[in-house]
Design a protein around this ligand. Structure first.
Ligand code: FEO
Ligand code: CA
Ligand code: CA
Length: 666
């Protein structure tokens, strides 16, 4: 896939297109008169949903903290009156005999009992409704082998991230390193309780669990049993092994967790002369050492490892792993309160680079509705509407197994429509290459191409305001959009800084096929941004590359940034924004304030509070990722977070409390 850094491309260093040129083009199309920037921006990005002058004054108390400045420090900064403490960094023991974290020296067997690496989407599941006792469920998006194996032979000075693993003279990978890497992926479930003094502790509990790249799971929904998912492991196509690239997540109305499979395609290779479309359209690798970390080259030749090579090697698909990549790209349901239950791949939500999923507020007697973005350049935003209806206390995950998957078209006039991806609809027929529903779902991207969906600037997280039903989605950036490809919903060529789109339905009914949309904020610096209340971002809130997004019970919209692996020596268009962090916005007024900044090299991922809103959990993923091989060779890991004691930097959760015990953000 050719990522330069991290798991995703950062904003590139090419010159950003002048914002005003783009705005001129869009103003003309939407019929607004040219005026000063404030008027222009309000008309453009507020549309009919823009704030009234009264709202623009700010809603008293909703966002009450004093914003923090842009930071270039290797530390966590929170507003005055707040405290941040570390919880559950990678390597924290949660199972069995609780093997201790040993910097760069843990074994694979130990990692299977410890919290994984690269924390991302996360939820706090209260135990009995408590705000001081609950289960944290956290995704581990990918790994950085040089930090996992820092004390092992050959890892000093290797390059960052991809293709950065060490092969033996025989071209094979060490079995225990592979075991550890597979165990550092997936999802961690652990109990945490609030202690005297406001700290939180990881607690041993029978519900503590690791789901990894090897965990057996069920395939449910229309693709269960389909020819495309039959493998040597499951000739009937009903089981799969593992989950990967678990970026963001979702929480169902029936209180389970959904882990999204995002950049899974790069874990696989297929060296056949011609890849099938269900591999090629998703970016399965063609390089013999592809498969990202080379797990298929584990010295043991174990079945659990060779499955990452999806090349045809036997007489039939049930004797090899040509279909293994088709068992990835789904949303995976995990019940955190039932550690014995196998995770379930819910195939009716589609197969793509799922960033996460967000559910509309459930309405008794109405279908369940959820939204999911496909995070790659020029990919789409999807909606699922269940066939069955929400029955509190009775509905479970099986409601996701029948319904209709839709993809979004954003019209330039501020309206939009959901296009059904179903057999016989919108040209999805056998004559056009879509044999049945399972075929459509395995090839979700191709079906969306066929129906004419709108190509977006990398859809990341979605969030829904629980008080208004408004839906927000981050479009993180897209440096490859050309001027000819600009549209109203993706208004910038060479979009370095990203934006946030918002939509609403007449009457607030999420089942509807038509919606009205506008742009909530166009991110950037004071020169290149625009906000709904009029004008531009300023020192208190400039930001770039929105990624994580969550709306709390009071309607605070929390925005997290991922500008890639930005460190202190970074020079480029993202420099004015400092280190990645977290901001809070008022959807009613467009007011935005910077709440927190993080250490060097990380991105800010995953945000949730306790039910009472007084404790917030936030992740910092991949601190130190910017460190060069030369730095690493002399023991400079790029960042000290969170231990600051010359151990490897570690992804971790940060627990934020307000010193007066109040609601976070108030
Ligand atoms: Fe894994 Fe698109 O962020
Ligand atoms: Ca993300
Ligand atoms: Ca991202």
């Amino acid at each position: 896939m050719g990522y330069e850094y991290g798991d995703e491309p950062p904003g590139n260093t090419s010159a950003n297109r002048n914002f005003y040129d783009v705005m001129d083009a869009r103003v003309g199309r939407r019929g607004f008169l040219m005026a000063g920037l404030a008027t222009l921006a309000t008309g453009l990005i507020g549309g009919s949903l823009s704030a009234t002058p009264a709202q623009a004054q700010g809603r008293s108390g909703l966002i009450g903290f004093k914003p923090v400045p842009v930071s270039y420090a290797d530390t966590v900064v929170v507003p005055e009156g707040y405290t941040a403490r570390v919880l559950g960094p990678v390597g924290t023991p949660i199972l069995g005999d609780l093997p201790a974290f040993r910097s760069g020296a843990n074994t694979g067997a130990e990692q299977e009992r410890q919290i994984g690496q690269h924390h991302d989407g996360m939820h706090f599941f209260p135990i009995d409704g408590s705000s001081s006792d609950g289960l944290i469920v956290v995704n581990h998006e990918y790994i950085e082998p040089r930090f996992l194996h820092a004390a092992k032979d050959g890892y000093r000075g290797v390059a960052h991230n991809l293709a950065s693993v060490v092969y033996g003279a025989d071209g094979k990978r060490d079995d225990d390193e592979v075991r550890m890497e597979m165990a550092a992926h997936g999802v961690s479930v652990y109990r945490t309780t609030r202690q005297a003094g406001g700290t939180w502790a990881v607690v041993a509990d029978p519900r503590n669990r690791r789901v990894t790249a090897s965990t057996p799971m069920e395939i449910r929904g229309p693709v269960r049993g389909a020819a495309a998912v039959r493998t040597r492991f499951s000739p009937r196509g009903v089981m799969a092994r593992g989950t990967l690239s678990n970026c963001a997540h979702g929480v169902t109305p029936w209180n389970t967790y959904l882990a999204a499979e995002e950049n899974w395609s790069s874990y696989f290779l297929n060296l056949d002369a011609e890849q099938p479309r269900e591999h090629a359209r998703y970016g399965v690798w063609k390089h013999p050492r592809g498969g990202r970390y080379g797990w298929h080259l584990a010295r043991s030749g174990a079945d659990d490892c060779i499955r990452f090579d999806a090349s045809t090697r036997a007489a039939s698909a049930t004797r090899d792993y040509r279909n293994e990549p088709n068992t990835y790209g789904w949303m995976v349901e995990i019940d955190p309160f039932n550690p014995e239950a196998a995770p379930i791949k819910r195939t009716h939500l589609g197969r793509f680079a799922h960033e996460g999923v967000v559910f509309a507020p459930a309405v008794e007697g109405a279908p369940v509705v959820c939204y999911s973005g496909d995070d790659a350049r020029f990919e789409y935003i999807y909606k699922f509407v269940s066939e069955g209806v929400w029955e509190p206390g009775r509905t479970d995950g099986s409601i996701l197994d029948s319904g209709t998957l839709y993809v979004a078209r954003f019209n330039d006039d501020g309206t939009g429509e959901w296009l059904a991806l179903a057999p016989g609809q919108n040209g999805l027929t056998p004559e056009n290459g879509f044999a049945d529903l399972a075929d459509i779902l395995v090839n979700t991207r191709l079906a969306a191409d066929h129906v004419g969906a709108t190509k977006m600037d990398r859809p990341e997280w979605g969030a829904i305001d629980p008080n208004t039903g408004a839906v927000f989605f981050t479009l993180t950036n897209n440096t490859r959009r050309t001027q000819a490809e600009v549209d109203a919903a993706n208004p910038r060529a060479v979009n370095n800084f990203g934006h946030i789109v918002r939509w609403n339905y007449a009457g607030g009914d999420h089942q509807q096929a038509r919606f009205d949309w506008d742009l909530f904020v166009i991110a950037g610096d004071a020169r290149t941004s625009a906000v709904g209340e009029g004008g531009a971002l300023n020192d208190d809130n400039i930001f770039a590359c929105p990624d994580g997004l969550w709306c709390d019970k009071d309607s605070r919209l929390w925005i997290q940034t991922d500008m890639g692996d930005v460190g202190p020596d970074y020079e480029g268009p993202l420099k004015p924004f400092g280190m990645n962090g977290l901001l809070a916005a008022d959807p009613a007024t467009g007011e935005i304030k910077r709440f927190m900044t993080g250490p060097w090299g990380q991105e800010c991922t995953g945000v949730i509070t306790t039910p009472d809103g007084t404790t917030m959990f936030v992740n910092f993923q991949h601190p130190g990722a910017h460190a060069t091989p030369a730095q690493f060779a002399v023991g400079d890991y790029g960042s000290g977070f969170p231990d600051y004691d010359r151990t490897v930097p570690r992804s971790a959760t940060v627990v934020i409390t307000k010193d007066d015990g109040g609601v976070i953000g108030s």
